[in-house]
Design a protein around this ligand. Sequence first.
Ligand SMILES: *[C@@H]1O[C@H](CO)[C@@H](O)[C@H](O)[C@H]1NC(C)=O
Ligand SMILES: *[C@@H]1O[C@H](CO)[C@@H](O)[C@H](O)[C@H]1NC(C)=O
Ligand SMILES: *[C@@H]1O[C@H](CO)[C@@H](O)[C@H](O)[C@H]1NC(C)=O
Ligand SMILES: [Cu+2]
Length: 242
Amino acid sequence: MLSFITLAVAFATIISTTTAHYTFPNLLYKGVQYPDYTYIRRTWNYQNYYPLFDITSPVLQCFTSGSFPNPGTLTVSAGDTVGFTVSGRIVHEGPLLFYMAKAGFRQTAASISGAGNVWVKINETKPVVTDVPTRLELYQWPHYNASEVHIQIPPCLPTGDYLLRVEHIALHIAFEEGQHEFFGACAQLKVVNGGNGVMTPLTSFPGAYSSDEPGLLVDIHRNWTLPEEYQVPGPEVWRCGV
Ligand SMILES: *[C@@H]1O[C@H](CO)[C@@H](O)[C@H](O)[C@H]1NC(C)=O
Ligand SMILES: *[C@@H]1O[C@H](CO)[C@@H](O)[C@H](O)[C@H]1NC(C)=O
Ligand SMILES: *[C@@H]1O[C@H](CO)[C@@H](O)[C@H](O)[C@H]1NC(C)=O
Ligand SMILES: [Cu+2]
């Protein structure tokens, strides 16, 4: 009996470690939810859901380990909205970010790794600050507890092949340097009906972040006086028509 209880407790611990984290397995487009990793590169943590802590790792490019073949590439129109399901829900607090990288001459979405100075940030979220019921509730993060997340492909994005990178950064223990948790994935897209926007500024992974910047070394619980001034890591968001 004792050993049964010990086993049950150990099992429960494993379950809670897994369910406390999250992955982005399915692409959503025009009402269709595609099977796991059909158009999304299978991530290094697809089974254990582990967070990535190392911001100097190339794994940060697309959260892949390189041991699986790349998936298919979905054709979408510029200006359309695509989404990712969240397996396990976004159960930590922090910003949600989206980046895109364009495949160059003679490259495709499937052939590029995401290495180099190729990424432009297309969206980011900050805490939504309210006074009800208290200023420091979890719901200040717009995607807290989300089971899917959505992003509009910029209407002015040039036609071409792209990686679309979703990233959620968990900050619940980021009061200690290096304790930021990264979750994310890359979808492979062929964007048609594009515009003539000029993607800027470009950044790289690793390289975009440093572990002591204010958006990654922050105590969001005990002594966070100015959530409205939270500085999302990485470059400025690129906006069409600016
Ligand atoms: C970012 O996404 C939000 C919805 O989550 C949207 O309201 C906002 O306009 C987007 N920003 C840009 C630059 O597209
Ligand atoms: C998360 O969302 C689910 C489904 O809407 C809801 O049942 C649950 O209470 C929410 N959890 C939190 C912590 O908000
Ligand atoms: C809280 O933050 C303020 C401003 O950053 C700082 O001066 C103060 O020492 C901090 N207090 C604690 C208890 O960490
Ligand atoms: Cu965690």
